[in-house]
Each structure stands twice: as structure tokens, then as C-alpha cells.
Write a protein that binds this ligand. Structure first.
Ligand code: ADP
Ligand code: 5GP
Length: 246
């Protein structure tokens, strides 16, 4: 049987890579797709580990040859998931997790409607800004224009939360890691076709609370902070740095 396909998306700086790398340490039986990108490596990133780094020419050649399941241009660079990454996981029956943007996620959902999609939100714009800054600092330099681009896209990206089955608000890291693990485990339980053991009850409860349909209360303050679904219709964003969040 083919494994489960998980898609995870988030505005840049929300903590998606951190969550994925924590879950990698805890769960077995799941592959993590290494995307192709034309952006330059950041900090300690290594070719073949975080991404396959490539040129625009080579990316376009692969795209034209139909080698990508999905691809998108994000912040001026191409990003894409190679079909062969998925085929290898499917052949072995392992689950697969794709860390892709909202445009890529829409393409994958169309081709594979059975995919499980998870959207990660930062608690508010100030925290997002602080996280992006801290990450840049840790990588050795702060590029203000890159930072601005990523922050200004956040609200647009967040609007897409409606298309995702599960919503995570990445406030306290340990809690969000536990929620992501619970989602993966509960989807495995539901799809294995066997009776779900009693010891799984807590995991199922945690995952159920993260379903979009059950997320209204957690979601509302985040949407308001990002100026989305604001009852007054005002788009008022405050990206001032939150010094408490270091
Ligand atoms: P993304 O992959 O979504 O762009 P990262 O995983 O690179 O984001 O996280 C951005 C920054 O925020 C990193 O410096 C990371 O250590 C930090 N971070 C991630 N999650 C949390 C959290 N829950 N609390 C505090 N800092 C976090
Ligand atoms: P970053 O440059 O911060 O690593 O990633 C920027 C954005 O590109 C993130 O939203 C990330 O999820 C997305 N991304 C990474 N790999 C892929 C991919 O293969 N396809 C698509 N569509 N987006 C990707």
C-alpha cells in the first residue's frame, strides 16, 4: 500500500523547518522530500540535505522535461518537488512529507486529493518578525530587503489556511511538535484499517483539536493580528519587533 502524503506550508519564519526537523528525530517510517531550488544556500545548509541547490537554467530544463510534481516561484526563486522523490517513497510504502509553499500545495492537492495538509501559523506578526530576524542573525547577516519581502507576503499566504485540513499555531515549540506528531500518527491509525488501540486516545484527541474545523478559537486572534477577517475590515499590521520573544 502507498504511504500517506503529508503537505506542510507556512509563511516563511513560522518555524516549519524547525518543526519538521524535530519530528524527524522522533518518528520513523516517514520520508522528507528534499526540494530543488534556485536560491542560494543559507547559513549551514548543505546541498542534498536541506535542498538540492541548482541554477535557473537547470531548473527550467527539469521543469520542461516534466520532472517536477509541482513547482513555484517564491520570493524570486524557483522551488520544486521532483517526481522521483515521491515515487521512491511510494514504492517502499513509506509516508512522505512535503514542505512546500501554498502554490505548490494547491498543485499537489489537485493531483492527489487524498493528501493530508497542515498549515503552520506564527502567533502574530511581531513574533514572525523576531523569528525571521533571529534566524538571519544566526546565519551571520540580516538582509533587510529579504526580510521585508517575507514579512509582507505573510498575510497573503495566511489567507490560504482555509485550504488546509489541519492548523497549527506555532507558539510553544514542544507543544507544536507534539501536535504535528499526533496528526501524523492519527492519520496512520485511521488509514491502517485496523481497530485503533485505546492507548492512542490521547493522540487522536490532540490531532482532532488541530483540525481546521476545530481551530476557530485558536485561529481567530492570529487572523486578527494579521489583519485577516478583521470585523472592521481594516488591514492594520504591526511588524514592530517583539523584544520579549528572543
Ligand atoms: P521556516 O522554516 O518556517 O521558514 P524556521 O524553522 O527556520 O522557519 O524558524 C524561524 C526561526 O524561528 C528559527 O530561528 C527558529 O529557531 C525559530 N523558531 C521556530 N519555532 C519556534 C518557536 N516555537 N518558538 C521560538 N522560536 C522558534
Ligand atoms: P525557504 O527559502 O525559506 O527555504 O523557503 C521559502 C518557501 O519555499 C517556503 O514557503 C517553503 O515551504 C517553500 N518551498 C520549499 N520547497 C518547495 C518546493 O519544492 N515547492 C514549493 N512550491 N515550495 C517550496
Amino acid at each position: 500500500m502507498a504511504g500517506i502524503l503529508f503537505i506542510i506550508s507556512a509563511p516563511s519564519g513560522s518555524g516549519k523547518s524547525t518543526l519538521v526537523s524535530e519530528v524527524r528525530k522522533q518518528l520513523t517510517g516517514i520520508e522528507f522530500s528534499v526540494s530543488w531550488t534556485t536560491r542560494a544556500p543559507r547559513g549551514s545548509e548543505q546541498d542534498g540535505r536541506e535542498y538540492h541547490f541548482t541554477t535557473r537554467d537547470e531548473f527550467e530544463r527539469m521543469r520542461d522535461a516534466g520532472e517536477f510534481l509541482e513547482y513555484a516561484e517564491v520570493f524570486g526563486n524557483y522551488y520544486g518537488t521532483a517526481r522521483r522523490s515521491l515515487e521512491a517513497a511510494a514504492a517502499s510504502g513509506r509516508d512522505m512529507l512535503l514542505d512546500i509553499d501554498v502554490q505548490g500545495a494547491a498543485q499537489v492537492r489537485k493531483a492527489m486529493p487524498e493528501a493530508v495538509s497542515i498549515f503552520v501559523l506564527p502567533p502574530n506578526p511581531k513574533v514572525l518578525r523576531t523569528r525571521l530576524r533571529n534566524r538571519s542573525r544566526a546565519e551571520g547577516h540580516i538582509n533587510e530587503s529579504v526580510l521585508y519581502l517575507r514579512l509582507s507576503e505573510a498575510s497573503n499566504e495566511i489567507e490560504n489556511y482555509r485550504d488546509y485540513g489541519y492548523i497549527l499555531v506555532n507558539d510553544v515549540l514542544d507543544r507544536t511538535v507534539a501536535q504535528l506528531e499526533a496528526i501524523i500518527l492519527s492519520e496512520r491509525y485511521y488509514r491502517c484499517g485496523q481497530e485503533i488501540p485505546l492507548r492512542a486516545t490521547r493522540v487522536l484527541e490532540i490531532a482532532a483539536a488541530c483540525k481546521q474545523a476545530n481551530s476557530r478559537e485558536r485561529l481567530q486572534p492570529v487572523l486578527e493580528a494579521f489583519g485577516i477577517e478583521n470585523p472592521s475590515g481594516q488591514q492594520f499590521l504591526n511588524f514592530e519587533e517583539d523584544t520579549d520573544d528572543d
